[in-house]
Design a protein around this ligand. Structure first.
Ligand SMILES: [Zn+2]
Length: 63
């Protein structure tokens, strides 16, 4: 299983909305907040940690 980010990086990152911890998700490539559930897109290994770019609800849930 590949990883989106270099090992250890995700552990020092946190949600910009609630400061919760993040989990990697491969499909779609994103970091998902464990607490509030928003997802941050990851492009070419770089997480887009911008409030304007977050995916509410994680983006991978069936709607
Ligand atoms: Zn959060």
């Amino acid at each position: 299983m590949s990883e989106l980010l270099p090992e250890g990086l995700i552990e020092i990152m946190q949600c910009i909305i609630c400061t919760g911890s993040l989990s990697e998700r491969l499909e779609p490539p994103s970091l998902v907040c464990d607490d509030c559930g928003v997802a941050y897109p990851v492009e070419d290994g770089i997480p887009i940690m911008l409030e304007d770019e977050v995916i509410p609800g994680g983006g991978g849930l069936d709607e």
